[in-house]
Design a binder for this molecule. Structure first.
Ligand SMILES: [Zn+2]
Length: 73
């Protein structure tokens, strides 16, 4: 199962905003728009490789983290 990280933006920010503030990174299954915690994410939102999970300084969704760790060996 391939995963990637997808951004949730702070209130008032949109993916089109160059200064958009990312509120949290969620885990989605590849090309998915629904985070593992159930949140629907904007199709235009930024993505990162799941390899960035755990990179210090990234605001991560804790619910996604718990589910992701259960799915990934
Ligand atoms: Zn999440």
């Amino acid at each position: 199962m391939e995963h990637e990280l997808r951004a949730e933006y702070a209130d008032g920010s949109t993916p089109q905003d160059p200064d958009a503030q990312v509120k949290a990174w969620h885990v989605v299954r590849q090309d998915g728009m629904t985070a593992m915690c159930g949140r629907e994410l904007d199709p235009g939102s930024a993505t990162r490789t799941a390899d960035d999970w755990g990179t210090s300084g990234l605001p991560l969704c804790h619910s996604c983290g718990a589910l992701y760790l259960r799915e990934v060996p």
